[in-house]
Design a protein around this ligand. Structure first.
Ligand code: NAI
Length: 322
C-alpha cells in the first residue's frame, strides 16, 4: 500500500494481530514508523483451542515479518481478557501507548434457541470484556500524556442484527455504546475513540463468502480508514464507520420529531396507538449524540390539553410476562 502518512515514534497496541485485519493493521503502522505490540493468543476462529499447539505463535510470525521489513514490533500472547498484560508489554518495551486498536475477535454462530451459556459467555468475554480490559489499562497513560486514539471493532451484525448471531450482535453493539462513552470521557484529554464495522475476507468469513468475494474484500482495503482514525491529525470522536471492499461510510443515530402528549391520567396506550405513525415519522428528524432534552419536553407537555384516544386496545386472550 502506498501513501505518505506516518506514525513515527507512536506506540500502537493491536489485539488479535496474528491474522486477518489485525495483521494488516500491524504491518501497515510498523511500515510507517510506529512501534507495534502484536497481540494474539492464537487459537481457532471460535475461541476453542486458544493458545493451542500450532497457532499460538501467530503473533511471532507477524513480528518477524515486520522486523524483516525493517520495522519495530514485539509479540504478546495474552488473551484480551487479561488486557492489562498486553498494555504492560507496550510499557515495558516502548514506555507508553498512543494508539489502541481493539480488534481481537471470535465467532460462535448459533440461533438463540440452540445457544448454550458458554456460546454467549465466550463472545461477551472476548469482545466486550476484552475491549474494556485493554482500554482501562491504557487509559491512565493516555490521560497522563494528554493523547490517545482508540479504535474499537464493532460489526454490521451489532448495528443491524444478523440471523444466528445474537451473541455476537449483542457484544458488537455493546462495543458501540462503550466507544460512545469513552468519547465523552476522553474528549478533554485528547483521547478520541471511534468504532469500526469492517468487512474483510478472513477466517471469520471464509465459510460464508464465495472466492471472488473473498478477493474483493481483502483486509488491506479496510486499513486506510483505520490509518486515518489512528493518526494524530484526526479529531473524529465517538463515531461509527463502516469499511469494506474500498467503500467507507459513517453511521449515525436518527431521532424522529416524535409525538408529545400531556403526561397525566389521560395518557394511555390507546393514545400512543392513535399517534404511532407520528412517533415513527422521520420527517425533519435530527441526529443526536445526546439523550433527548427531557426538561423541555416536560415543560411543553404540561401546557398541552389532556390526551384523547380514538381507539381502544384489547389484549384479551394474550399472555404477557411483565
Ligand atoms: P481473524 O480470525 O482473522 O483474526 C482475529 C484474531 O483475533 C485471531 O488471530 C485470533 O487468534 C485473535 N483472538 C481471538 N480471541 C482472542 C483473545 N481472547 N485474545 C487475543 N487475541 C484473540 O478475524 P478478522 O476477520 O480479522 O476479525 C477482526 C475483528 O473484526 C474481529 O473483532 C471481528 O469480530 C471483526 N469483524 C470482522 C468482520 C469481517 O468481515 N472479517 C466483520 C465484522 C467484524
Amino acid at each position: 500500500m502506498t501513501g505518505n502518512i506516518r506514525y513515527d515514534n507512536q506506540v500502537f497496541v493491536i489485539t488479535g494481530a496474528g491474522n486477518g485485519l489485525g495483521k494488516q493493521y500491524a504491518k501497515f503502522f510498523a511500515a510507517r514508523g510506529a512501534k507495534v505490540v502484536v497481540n494474539d493468543l492464537g487459537g481457532s476462529f471460535n475461541g476453542n483451542d486458544a493458545g493451542g499447539k500450532g497457532t499460538a505463535r501467530v503473533a511471532d510470525a507477524v513480528v518477524q515479518e515486520i522486523k524483516d521489513a525493517g520495522g519495530i514490533a514485539v509479540a504478546n500472547y495474552d488473551s484480551v481478557q487479561q488486557g492489562e498484560k498486553i498494555i504492560k508489554t507496550a510499557i515495558d518495551n516502548f514506555g507508553t501507548v498512543h494508539v489502541l486498536i481493539n480488534n481481537a475477535g471470535i465467532l460462535r454462530d448459533i440461533t438463540l434457541r440452540n445457544m448454550k451459556d458458554a456460546d454467549w459467555d465466550i463472545i461477551m468475554d472476548v469482545h466486550v470484556h476484552g475491549t474494556m480490559k485493554t482500554t482501562r489499562a491504557a487509559w491512565p497513560f493516555f490521560k497522563k500524556q494528554r493523547y490517545g486514539r482508540i479504535i474499537n471493532t464493532s460489526s454490521t451484525s451489532g448495528l443491524f442484527g444478523n440471523f444466528g448471531q445474537s451473541n455476537y450482535a449483542a457484544a458488537k453493539v455493546a462495543v458501540v455504546g462503550f466507544t460512545e462513552t469513552l468519547a465523552k470521557e476522553g474528549a478533554k484529554y485528547n483521547i478520541y475513540s471511534n468504532a469500526l464495522a469492517p468487512g474483510a475476507a478472513s477466517r471469520l468469513t471464509q465459510t460464508v463468502w464465495p472466492p471472488e468475494m473473498m478477493e474483493a474484500m481483502r483486509p488491506d482495503f479496510v486499513v486506510p480508514l483505520v490509518g486515518v482514525l489512528a493518526h494524530d491529525s484526526c479529531k473524529e470522536n465517538g463515531s461509527i464507520f463502516e469499511a469494506a471492499a474500498g467503500h467507507y461510510d459513517k453511521i449515525r443515530w436518527e431521532r424522529s420529531k416524535g409525538f408529545l402528549a400531556r403526561a397525566d391520567e389521560s395518557l394511555s396506550a390507546d393514545v400512543i396507538l392513535n399517534n404511532f405513525s407520528k412517533i415513527k415519522d422521520f420527517t425533519d428528524a435530527d441526529h443526536p449524540t445526546q439523550p433527548a432534552d427531557m426538561t423541555s419536553f416536560i415543560e411543553k407537555a404540561s401546557k398541552l390539553p389532556p390526551s384523547q384516544a380514538n381507539n381502544t386496545i384489547s389484549l384479551k386472550g394474550r399472555v404477557a410476562l411483565v
